[in-house]
Design a protein around this ligand. Structure first.
Ligand SMILES: [Zn+2]
Length: 130
């Protein structure tokens, strides 16, 4: 039996005893439990977001004026805009612009990109995660 159910049973027993003060106290405890459950849920969600941000941060490698996921080893690796990531923690894929440059459609940054990286999915989509 959970805490809320136990408190509900205790409130019913207090009602049978016709003890208004005890019923109010138990209902107050029940309300505090609901608040703790809500706070706990929010903290779990924040923890999960922080873990995800850390996993993303650990996977990014700065090279050729941009970030690359896992060092740019696969087709979905980037380039990722360093301005958006460094300022806001947002992963935004950059698109090909003028030859030798990558463009971020989110913050309008243009950076020179070494031609060696262009065959690795360069500029194939937009925002990965917001
Ligand atoms: Zn950007």
């Amino acid at each position: 039996m959970g805490l809320i159910e136990t408190l509900t049973d205790a409130a019913k027993l207090a009602q049978k005893l016709d003890n208004i003060e005890l019923v109010k106290t138990i209902l107050g405890l029940q309300q505090q439990c609901y608040e703790l459950i809500f706070e706990n849920k929010n903290l779990r969600e924040e923890t999960e977001k922080a873990k995800e941000a850390l996993r993303t941060k650990e996977s990014l490698v700065f090279r050729n004026n941009a970030y690359w996921i896992n060092g740019g080893a696969d087709a979905a690796a980037g380039p990722i805009c360093s301005t958006c990531w460094d300022a806001n923690g947002v992963v935004v894929r950059m698109h090909s612009a003028v030859t030798g440059f990558a463009h971020c459609k989110n913050c309008d940054t243009n950076v020179p990109i070494d031609g060696r990286v262009r065959g690795s999915g360069y500029g194939s989509s937009s925002v990965i995660r917001g």
